[in-house]
Design a protein around this ligand. Structure first.
Ligand code: HEM
Length: 327
């Protein structure tokens, strides 16, 4: 019943035109990437404003969809966080219906990618419920941020792989020769950096969910988490630096990969400076902590984008015909 209705909802131009269909789907994945970054930032603000339990029940807030009577800044943050999560879930559901119905026009890997994203978002929702029912237990808060980052990584990779795939089918208004297959020395770089980066984010989340940095600065207690977080910043920075140097040696037509790598290296340095500044001000300025989390999300999204391009452009699915002009 729902399938034909969803298919009819597609713009007429996208229903039988694979290029328009790809554009539509990629429009949705790009918006999802922005939506999940927003979700992570609002989640960080909710934690910093100590609003994690502002809605004591789940999935409703004070038993209603819009808790007008109880509304204040903290309730608004927690309520808005849930609303954004709901919209991301709904968009992913719609995306899956479109992709499954039109799979014969789409790359064979896409349904797997969208279904994995849907599974991750359902798991994330369950973890969100657990953070409320466990009264913000450190492990569930950390797992909640960790899953959000994995979802962002996955969506960033899917979005860019789709963009690359479209490039080989849709030359657009100004046809360009598409880039050659990536050299085999490149792929270990972004894959290694993402492992260290995610580990760093998890240590950061463990620290934040236990207020360990505050406790260390105030009473010299639980300092091992802060020490490990500071130490892990070195391999992250080194990895980002190697990736940027590697990107400089890629053929000039891999412009997007180069931009992602250079941007990630710059954000990595910015992240360290903000982290250090946050300690100097004894975590006293909430928006500095939120900015630290925002840049962590941007780094994960950039690495995801680089990994999506890398996986497609090193695979056999990528036509190794650098220099072919689609015009
Ligand atoms: C490139 C490396 C870094 C990444 C990717 C990173 C990432 C993160 C993440 C994801 C969090 C959890 C945020 C939250 O849940 O609110 C965090 C927390 C934190 N980070 Fe980093 N971080 C990095 C480097 C640093 C450095 C070098 C310092 C300090 C010298 C630092 C200081 C802190 C502090 C103090 C917190 C805890 C904030 C709180 O308790 O509210 N970070 N970091």
């Amino acid at each position: 019943m729902i399938a034909p209705v969803a298919a009819d909802l597609l713009p007429r131009s996208a229903q039988h035109n694979p290029v328009r269909l790809l554009r539509l789907i990629q429009g949705i994945t790009s918006h999802l990437v922005v939506g999940v970054i927003g979700l992570i930032v609002i989640g960080g603000t909710t934690r910093v404003m100590e609003a994690g339990l502002a809605c004591p029940d789940w999935p409703l807030c004070y038993g209603s969809l819009l808790p007008g009577k109880q509304m204040n800044l903290q309730v608004f943050l927690e309520w808005f966080h849930r609303l954004d999560a709901f919209l991301v879930g709904l968009a992913l559901l719609a995306l899956n219906v479109i992709v499954v119905l039109r799979r014969s026009f789409l790359p064979h890997w896409l349904p797997w990618c969208t279904m994995t994203a849907l599974f991750l978002v359902a798991f994330q929702g369950a973890l969100g419920a657990l953070t409320v029912t466990s009264l913000l237990a450190s492990m569930s808060v950390t797992a909640h941020l960790g899953t959000a980052l994995v979802l962002l990584l996955h969506l960033g990779a899917t979005d860019q792989a789709l963009r690359c795939h479209r490039q080989t089918h849709d030359p657009g208004d100004s046809p360009q020769p598409f880039p050659p297959r990536l050299p085999s020395w490149w792929w270990p770089l972004p894959l290694t950096v993402i492992v260290v980066l995610l580990a760093q984010c998890l240590v950061g989340a463990l620290m934040a969910s236990q207020w360990a940095a505050d406790r260390c600065l105030d009473w010299g207690d639980s300092c091992y988490l802060l020490t490990n977080h500071r130490l892990l910043a070195y391999p992250v920075l080194l990895g980002l630096l190697f990736m940027a140097i590697g990107a400089a040696f890629l053929p000039g037509s891999h412009r997007m990969l180069k931009s992602f790598s250079f941007l990630a290296a710059a954000f990595g340095w910015g992240q360290v400076l903000i982290g250090r500044f946050n300690l100097t001000v004894h975590l006293g300025i909430p928006w500095i902590t939120v900015t630290h989390q925002f840049i962590a999300a941007l780094l994960v999204a950039l690495l995801g984008a680089a990994i999506g391009r890398t996986l497609l452009m090193t695979s056999n699915a990528w036509p190794d015909q650098g220099g072919v002009d689609f015009g």
